[in-house]
Ligand binder design. Sequence first.
Ligand SMILES: Cc1cc2nc3c(=O)[nH]c(=O)nc-3n(C[C@H](O)[C@H](O)[C@H](O)COP(=O)(O)OP(=O)(O)OC[C@H]3O[C@@H](n4cnc5c(N)ncnc54)[C@H](O)[C@@H]3O)c2cc1C
Length: 382
Amino acid sequence: MYPSLRANPDRAAWIDTTAKTLGELGDRHRTTLDDASRALEFPREVYRELGRLGYLGPLVPTEFGGSGWGVAEYVVISEEVGRHGLVSGQIAVQGQKWLVDWGTAEQKAQWLGPIASGEKVFSESISEPTMGSSFKNMKATATRDGNDWILNGHKTHVNLGADSDVTIFYGLTPDGITSFLVDTSLPGVSTQVTDPIGLRLIRTADVLFDNVRVPDAARIGSVGGGLETFLSTFNISRLGNASELIGLGRRALEIAINYGNTRIVGTDHVTDFQGIQWMMADAWTSLQAASLARDHAALAHERGEDIALATTVAKRLAISAAEDAVDTAFSMTGGEGLYHESPLLEISNDLRVLKVAGGSQEIMRNYIARRILKSSDHEGLA
Ligand SMILES: Cc1cc2nc3c(=O)[nH]c(=O)nc-3n(C[C@H](O)[C@H](O)[C@H](O)COP(=O)(O)OP(=O)(O)OC[C@H]3O[C@@H](n4cnc5c(N)ncnc54)[C@H](O)[C@@H]3O)c2cc1C
């Protein structure tokens, strides 16, 4: 798809190459990936291969060993990862965004290259058992002790929490929420793998911080600047979420079309029925709308514009589009799609997770509503 990103011929060629490479990677490792998903294991070798090909470090400048691409390339990679059922590099990209925007020279030198190559795995320890959508109930703390900080807290739902070498920890200080890069091999860090229904290739864990001592040099951003560091990353990561959702939707519809074009019901193929054709038309239209919104946001970012609203709209549309696509695919494949061997359940479960993680659908709508109601021209309505 990529309706607007393809307007640039060089980029269109890059999209084709990337889609082909990631498609072949998905095909080559299909069994490994399916086994890992079932067994709830992180497919580290496939992840590293993505790193070697440059797809884990799109936002890392080349001088740090990254690909030196940009947000437009990041969204293409994310869509193709969703489309080909690959292990997601979303969390690595979020990590590099934090580091590029807020990291010190030492932090960048230490972590950016290894995160981009896949040799070191990044995770984000933000959510807590009593705190997800809003920072208001955060209980984790960071307490100053001379030139060090002592971190305490229980973080939950952390993708790759038990597999990561470095995690970003958000905790309360007297001056507000502050973030730290924490080496997970430090004394006091422990993890417990949990069992999510979706995105199982980047399995979740609880991450516990029990009097973890880090130097002030581990702080990322200013003391009390946690919200700022969080938002600068999440505006971009919403586009990655939106793109993976579009990729999942495309995968679901491709499965449905391949089945519907060959399955004969009575004297017709499934795709001969007008009722089915209309479902397909609506699902494709939703995916196209989401792709246009996502491309618009990525290009607006390249122009240096504020993209908070555009990325939120893109994720909101991508959730609905992926849901339409998955519903359509389940309808078109009949009983065939309703077995565990069918990839549709995994696609549907990944979609469920992406609908919540990284900002839920409700939070997207809250933000869009706030922007419309508070802006003087009601975001173009007036
Ligand atoms: C598989 C998975 C992976 C995840 N990965 C990570 C990770 O790597 N790191 C990390 O830190 N976190 C991660 N999360 C946590 C995720 O970001 C939170 O689950 C999400 O922010 C929602 O928070 P919550 O689960 O506490 O729900 P709650 O905040 O308790 O919300 C419950 C419901 O109420 C709705 N709601 C909340 N506030 C409002 C409101 N103001 N208006 C309307 N509706 C509202 C929510 O949308 C939701 O439907 C992950 C979650 C999952 C399930």
